[in-house]
Design a protein around this ligand. Sequence first.
Ligand code: ATP
Length: 314
Amino acid sequence: MRLYSLLAAAKINLYLEIVGSRPDGFHELIMVMQSISLCDRITVRSIGVDEIRVRCDHPLVPADETNLAYKAAALVSDRCPGVMAKLGGVEITIEKQIPVGAGLAGGSSNAAAVLVGLDLLWNLGLTRIELQELGAELGSDIPFCVSGGTAIATGRGEQLDPLPGIDNLHLVLAKYESEFVSTPWAYKTYRAEYGDTYLTDAQSWQQRQSQVRSGEMVRSVAQRDAKALGQHLCNDFEKIVLPAHPKTAALKETMTSLGGLGTLMSGSGPSVFTLAESEAEAESLATRLRAALPDPDLGVWTAQFVSGGVQMGG
Ligand code: ATP
């Protein structure tokens, strides 16, 4: 086939703890990641010329070699010398639904879809692990975005242990279009303010991991206890992002006041989600949120938990 269409799922963090600072300069993390049904459509199409092209109509997403989707294609072509000369280059089309710079791994999910799509288009026969290893070279969230579902992510986020999926959990997600958080800024600021609380050695990191693995959040997921899960949501980034973004802090307060199972900022923000037990409850929360904050700058979506990262898109 000369064209594949894939759906790249966004992720939210149900739990995000910054544990320490690694010798490689990255942060040591413990996260519980969850794929959601909000997704971008990525199409990879063979073209006659030996090059990589990116098309994306979103004004905030570069359609050049700085796009993570382009970087993923360049990496695959680099590791499979001659593949483009033999089979032709690729045109990648990105149809954005996932808000940009929102803490939802939009770019990472696009890169994951390109890895999966090129494996098919160029008939490479790569295993899922090989795709994830390639992804890890480009970004820490990409390995999770390949497989998706529910997982504990440790290390810099690339070491994954799948958790049993929680079906039928829904959410309302909101983000002010004008608010952005740069992930590098968030890590830098967190280090400046909380660096003195970091655990400093690998043994302490392991101990902390064991505590989290046997802790309330992971137990709630394992027992598919939606109410308990909502009560144990946690994200260290809230400590520095919310004070710097009062509009997002007020959004979180409003969303919390509307009820639901629990409310949290995702990743480095500034998107905020509230969990809901049913689609009807998520829709009701969304309606009440729009009524409480009638601001055209506020984007509001509903979605549900899904069990995969990249899916064939028909
Ligand atoms: P994460 O949760 O992984 O930190 P994010 O959801 O906060 O990511 P993205 O939507 O991935 O942020 O966008 C971050 C930046 O990356 C933006 O400034 C955007 O211009 C750039 N970018 C590069 N490629 C892409 C892509 N394919 N999709 C979205 N943004 C991209």
